[in-house]
Design a protein around this ligand. Structure first.
Ligand code: ZN
Length: 313
């Protein structure tokens, strides 16, 4: 049996419908020494974000994976408060963002210290809470820095040990291959690796190559202003290559920005189900294809087996 490790405990993936694999609820992209960095009144965050989750639910979304790691304002207490207020499953991210967002201590830590920290985030709790991460979210520059490679190795080791996915913000297909090589070298299975932002790689040969190696190719910028026909073309090409079980789609939407009045301009979570799925249908995708893309692939990529009480409430 597979479970999503949500901020309110495990949820059987078999009970879920559409899952959005890459969204944000609360993110702070300001320099970390900005006064109030990553801070907000949790009641305000819940009040602002609740209608967006309700709209997503009304459109058929049953869970979201929140892809904000350490370094960009991750606030798991806000995620839990929102999940509790709405009874909506939200998965939080262990891990840290790329340089220069990565905290100095992460940059300087040994690989062993990073492994201990990741185990803490995945088995005990994040930021002195009992809220565990349900995946490891990382990010790399192109070219990758020494500290990013070190964190990737630690994540590969711990991810393999605990059976959780690694999703990595990756600007190019060539870099995704390098990342996959690094985690595989630590014993991490390609089938748990998610290439985040594959829409930024124009070479569809690289989409195909990464998918054929087993990793998930995630097209996650689906939005009103995006070139949706390009998304249809990328997804169709992977279906034609019989790699349809390696494709993920999401919006990279949300999110509450602390420091902006009312959390700033929130991008809705319901564009994909309301506008993009009908476009897929109009382009010949069956209900079974859509279920594969939005339910089965996501559940397989992020579902975890329940092991010996680790990290479960
Ligand atoms: Zn994102």
């Amino acid at each position: 049996m597979l479970y999503l490790r949500t901020v309110c405990g495990p949820v059987e993936v078999g009970r879920l419908a559409l899952i959005l694999p890459h969204e944000h609820v609360f993110t702070d992209l300001r320099p970390p020494d900005t006064p109030g960095f990553g801070q907000a009144c949790i009641g305000d965050v819940v009040a602002v974000m609740r209608p967006h989750l309700e709209a997503a639910r009304a459109a058929g979304v049953s869970a979201i994976i929140e892809c904000t790691p350490l370094g960009v304002g991750r606030n798991v207490r806000a995620l839990r408060a929102l999940a509790e207020a709405t009874s909506f499953p939200i998965v939080a991210s262990a891990g840290a963002y790329r340089e220069p967002f990565m905290p100095q201590w992460v940059r300087e830590a040994s690989e062993q210290a990073l492994m201990r920290w990741l185990r803490q985030e995945l088995c005990v709790g994040i930021d002195d809470t009992d809220i565990v991460g349900g995946l490891i979210k990382l990010a790399c520059n192109d070219p990758m820095t020494v500290a990013e490679a070190k964190l990737l190795r630690a994540a590969g080791r711990v991810g393999a040990e605990l059976g959780v996915a690694i999703a990595c913000h990756t600007p190019s297909g060539r870099l995704a291959l390098e990342e996959l090589g690094i985690v595989a070298g630590e014993g991490f299975p390609a089938e748990r690796f998610v290439w985040v932002h594959a829409q930024n790689e124009p070479d569809m040969g690289l989409h195909r190559e990464l998918a054929s190696r087993g990793c998930y190719v995630e097209f996650d910028g689906i939005a009103e202003e995006a070139d949706l026909n390009a998304y249809i073309e990328w997804i169709s090409a992977l279906f034609r290559a019989d790699l349809q079980d390696r494709v993920l789609i999401s919006q990279d939407a949300g999110w509450y920005c602390p420091g902006e009045p009312g959390g700033g301009q929130i991008r809705p979570y319901d564009f994909l189900p309301r506008r993009f799925l009908p476009l897929l249908r109009a382009n010949g995708f069956s209900e079974g294809d859509i279920r594969l893309l939005t339910v089965e692939n996501v559940a397989r990529a992020f579902g975890c087996e329940q092991r010996g009480g680790e990290g479960w409430r």
